[in-house]
Design a protein around this ligand. Structure first.
Ligand code: CA
Length: 580
């Protein structure tokens, strides 16, 4: 990445934005509230995008099946921080070639082998040119960060991933750029700067604070600019049509030229502030609807999952015609706190709400991500708790995301760099991550806790993740089946049924540290209506063997069902109930 290239990019950008603003002077300044249909009528110097009606089901010429399944419904994602995954060249920084070299760990593409993790999707945290170690402040959206590799490396990664049946989505930061982005350095020059309106400026400090009370108006020699996260991350002005067009072009570029399967969209609830209303505004939703049309028109199979770090009822508002899915932060928190407190009820409540709220399965489920203390640390380094949490993650409806290192129980508490440390491959120097000095030291427990140690141990956390991911991959009921809570009379016991077609899968966990004997399972919904008890075959898919089957009552449910006489402490069992 040379300065010359940056300069050329800036000049091109300036020329483009010049063209755009010419058109805009005659138009209404309502880009952000126009619907996508209106936006298509608005004159623009860019090639017009395909008409939106190609997406409407009513005009699709070829008949589509009644239940349209999406590839992401069948996918288990793995969140990769490239800097910390594997370093191929010894400079201490993980890179794309390192990820390719160690791709077989995630999925070797051979269904006959069982020593790979079996994930079928990767979310790459930001890989675009950025001055920071994390990459969430981009300086060039069209460039792979030099420390990570080249465009060719990236394309090779895409090809290698495809060979193994792995889809790849990339982090896309629409809300803000780096303060070092040429757009911002131009904008900062003064009111007459061509890119001035690409950011949000005020002459006087408006004075109001951000949603968390943080400073959002930052002083510069030419005025105050808005940046909801940090003064080095100025928010883009997405009410400016030229800026919006550019973000659309960037999305098309990654889908068409770089071949990605979709995006993880960062911080979308902040996209368009309306004065001091900064979260989830109407303008933000309108902007996202237009963005949705753009990425779906570019590739109808493209998947976007949005980061809306808000309660379920807020997160769901983006799903359907703005993004395909949002991350379920409430459920993640409920799983962790339920596992920690050994209480089933908070988990069941959150899960019920999620199932009732979203379109079936259209939400990302996870335990923690790169912004949160690691699962193992949250669960007080209790490996049995980590297994329980993993069971709940990988048997629940939704699209699961595993944060790298979670599968071996890597620990880590903030600051952020410490929850994003190098992956612990083996007990050799630098945890086998790099032959050079790592950008950040691996955690001190790497000699005992690493992939190599856990790889061949059937009782390891890694084996638990592998087994459960494989079960999910094999059983449609676990991926896309209905979810029904099974009531229990015992507070440490949590049970639910997943159901698809003729397959019923019962997931039963004992969150407590004591054996449970006084328990009964009850199902008062007629899921088994018309099915005779003696035609139901109970087989253990995971955990304790030889379960008893339920006695189906007249209403198609069961009362007093006890698959085992005793549930061991912190145990997980997955029982398949199939019809003979
Ligand atoms: Ca490297």
């Amino acid at each position: 990445m040379t300065r010359m290239f940056l300069l050329v990019t800036l000049i091109l950008t300036v020329i483009l934005s010049g063209c755009q603003s010419e058109g805009e002077e005659n138009g209404e300044e309502t880009a952000v509230t126009t619907t996508s249909a209106q936006a298509n009528i608005t004159p623009t110097s860019k090639p017009t995008i395909a008409p939106t009606d190609t997406l409407a089901p009513t005009v699709i010429a070829t008949p589509v099946p009644e239940t349209v399944t999406n590839w992401w419904d069948d996918t288990v994602f793995y969140e990769v921080f490239v800097r910390s995954y594997y370093d191929s060249d010894g400079d201490g920084v993980g890179d794309i070639n390192g990820l390719i070299e160690r791709l077989d760990y995630l999925n070797d593409g051979d269904p006959a082998t069982t020593d790979d993790l079996g994930v079928t999707g990767i979310w790459l945290m930001p890989i675009m040119e950025s001055p920071s170690y994390h990459g969430y402040d981009v300086v060039d959206y069209y460039q792979v960060d030099e420390e990570y590799g080249t465009e060719e490396d990236f394309k090779r990664l895409m090809a290698e991933a495809e060979k193994r049946g792995i889809k790849v989505i990339v982090d896309l930061v629409l809300n803000h750029t780096s303060a070092q982005h040429p757009w911002f350095t131009d904008a900062e020059a003064g009111e007459d700067a061509v890119a001035r309106d690409w950011y949000v400026w005020e002459d006087e400090n408006p004075g109001w604070a951000g949603p968390n009370g943080q400073v959002v108006w930052h002083e510069s020699p030419t005025g105050y600019y808005y940046g909801v996260f940090w003064d080095q991350m100025p928010d883009l002005n997405l009410t400016n049509e030229a800026t919006t067009d550019e973000m659309h072009t960037i999305a098309r570029y990654w889908l068409e030229e770089m071949g990605v399967d979709g995006f993880r969209l960062d911080a979308i609830k902040y996209l368009v502030a309306e004065g001091d209303m900064q979260v989830g505004t109407q303008s933000t939703h309108a902007w996202m609807k237009e963005f949705y049309d753009v990425y779906k028109e570019t590739n109808p199979e493209a998947f976007a999952v949005g980061e809306v770090w808000s309660p379920t009822f807020e997160a769901v508002k983006y799903v359907g015609d703005e993004v395909d899915a949002t991350f379920e932060f409430d459920l993640a928190e409920a799983i962790l706190s339920g596992v920690l407190s050994k209480k089933a009820d908070p988990i069941a409540r959150a899960q019920r709400k999620v199932v009732e709220t979203y379109p079936p399965g259209q939400y990302g489920i996870f335990l923690t991500n790169h912004d949160q203390n690691r699962v193992m640390t949250r669960l007080l380094e209790d490996e049995n708790r980590a297994k329980l949490a993993a069971t709940l993650l990988l048997t629940s409806p939704g699209v699961p995301f595993v944060y790298y290192g979670e599968e071996i129980g890597q620990v880590g508490a903030k600051p952020d760099e410490d929850i994003r440390r190098p992956l612990q491959w083996d007990s050799s120097e630098n945890a086998g991550f790099s032959i050079g000095q790592p950008w950040r030291e691996p955690y001190e427990d790497f000699e005992e806790r690493n992939i190599a140690v856990q790889m061949d141990d059937p009782d390891s956390l890694l084996s638990h993740y592998r087994d459960l991911i494989r079960l999910r991959n094999e059983h449609e009921a676990l991926r896309t089946g209905d979810w029904t809570q099974v009531e229990t009379n015992e507070s440490h016991t949590y049970a639910f049924l997943r159901h698809h077609g003729d397959e019923f899968i019962l997931v039963l966990v004992n969150l407590g540290v004591n054996p449970v004997e006084e328990y009964e399972l009850m199902l008062d919904e007629g899921i088994f209506d018309g099915i005779a008890s003696d035609s139901l075959q109970a087989v253990s898919l995971y955990g304790q063997e030889n379960p008893a089957g339920p006695t189906i009552n007249e209403s198609g449910g069961f009362i007093g069902y006890r698959p085992f006489t005793s549930l061991p402490p912190q145990s997980n069992v997955i029982i398949q109930l199939s019809i003979d």
